[in-house]
Design a protein around this ligand. Structure first.
Ligand SMILES: *Cc1c(COP(=O)(O)O)cnc(C)c1O
Length: 388
């Protein structure tokens, strides 16, 4: 095709590319692992696609890193990040925080333990905080291949003292994988603080519109990233150029959107904290939040994220459950119950029906605060609270 001076990255939908002659083919096949974001010689879209590569470069700027590999979901990104540390029977134990995305805990149980027979250890929070002495003992005792954590836990929004955690991991020569979906590069760039790999569920804030699923693995360590490229290619993880194209457009507004998520969530958190029908609000920006100090240390004055969790008042568990249901029904058409997060529209999720025994909290709702006009949001929530 002739050069038509496109002003935006074109959408290249082809599976395989025209390599012209054997010399170009040889060049393409030999260069592709060393410089995944550079050469023009594209081979096959499962290896690399020009539309996808252009969007990977946008993410490299956001995370301040040298390599970013897009895949089809956040779970696929986790699969890539974890799998590159597997060395068959030689694989040592791997250490995961327990306060992480529920799907990641299911991946650990159903894939890593049940099917791959990996030695997985978990580090648990105690009453909403992390005992770093206990973490240090585990690192010393088991010498894990890597430590895997999220800076902000879900749905209770505990903010970890990540700089200390990372310093401990380094002291025991343990690699660090961070799932930065909740923090986003707007609030924190873990690779600048020494993480070895960062993954995102791009489905959430980075894409932000709830109309694609995607994931990404970011890093600066060439050897690790070469392993990731190899694994992505041969395990068949891949983001379709159509989704990459849409993501490329969405990423241009990421920082604007995320600032608005943070601003709206701060205002709503205060509004709810002062509302007579609300028992408690968990938002890392509130003075009352148990890990506000950690949040301020990590995020500075940039904001505290778009997620907030609150508890509706009630006389008993049954009463709370009923009020929670009533609140959700009143919002059905404006703030719907949708099991995802990070969208431009505000959505909610009741904690007890979703997390079950892990969080048996009948009046608790997790809100993914969108970027709507804040007065509109307050009035919608206020009206629904009036009805209970
Ligand atoms: C949603 C989510 C994932 C999984 O991402 P998918 O895109 O749904 O596969 C992983 N980690 C966190 C923190 C998430 O919120």
């Amino acid at each position: 095709m002739k050069n038509i001076n496109a002003s935006h990255t074109p959408l290249y939908r082809e599976a395989g590319f025209n390599l012209k002659d054997s010399k170009t083919a040889k060049q393409a096949f030999s260069a592709e692992i060393d410089h995944p974001h550079e050469p023009d010689n594209y081979i096959y879209s499962r290896y690399r696609n020009p539309t996808t590569v252009a969007v990977e470069k946008q993410i490299m700027e956001l995370e301040n890193c040298n390599w970013a590999l897009l895949v089809e979901t956040g779970m696929a990104a986790i699969d890539v990040a974890v799998s590159i540390f597997q060395k068959g029977k030689e694989t040592g134990p791997c250490l995961f925080f327990h306060e992480i995305y529920g799907g990641t805990n299911s991946f650990i149980d159903t894939v890593l333990i049940k099917r791959r027979n990996m030695d997985i250890r978990r580090f648990y929070a105690n009453n909403g905080s992390y005992d770093l002495g206990e973490l240090e003992n585990m690192l010393k005792e088991i010498s894990p291949e890597f430590l895997y954590f999220e800076a902000v836990s879900n749905p209770m929004l505990i903010v970890a003292d990540v700089k200390k955690i990372m310093a401990l991991a380094k002291q025991y020569h343990c690699k660090i994988i961070v799932d930065n979906t909740f923090g986003t590069p707007y609030l924190w760039k873990p690779l600048l603080d020494g993480a070895d790999l960062v993954i995102h569920s791009v489905t959430k804030y980075l894409s932000g519109h709830g109309n694609i699923t995607a994931g990404v693995i970011c890093g600066n360590d060439k050897d690790l990233m070469k392993e990731a490229i190899e694994y992505r290619k041969w395990a068949g993880h891949f983001l379709s150029p159509d989704d990459a194209y849409r993501l490329g457009t969405q990423l241009k507004t990421f920082e604007l959107r995320f600032k608005q998520h943070c601003d709206n969530a701060s205002v709503l958190a205060e509004y709810l904290e002062n509302h007579p029908k609300i028992e408690e609000v968990l938002y890392p920006g509130l003075e009352s939040h148990p890990t506000r100090k950690e949040a301020v240390d990590l995020f500075g004055n940039k904001g505290f994220g778009g997620m907030l969790t609150f508890d509706i008042k009630g006389n008993s568990d049954e009463d709370k459950r009923e009020k929670c249901n009533c609140f959700i029904s009143a919002l059905e058409n404006t703030i719907p119950l949708v099991p995802t997060l990070g969208e431009v529209d505000t959505i909610l999720l009741p904690v007890e029906p979703v997390w079950g025994a892990k969080y048996p909290l009948p009046g608790v709702i997790r809100l993914s605060v969108g970027i709507e006009n804040i007065e509109l949001l307050k009035s919608r929530i206020g009206e629904a609270l009036e009805k209970i």
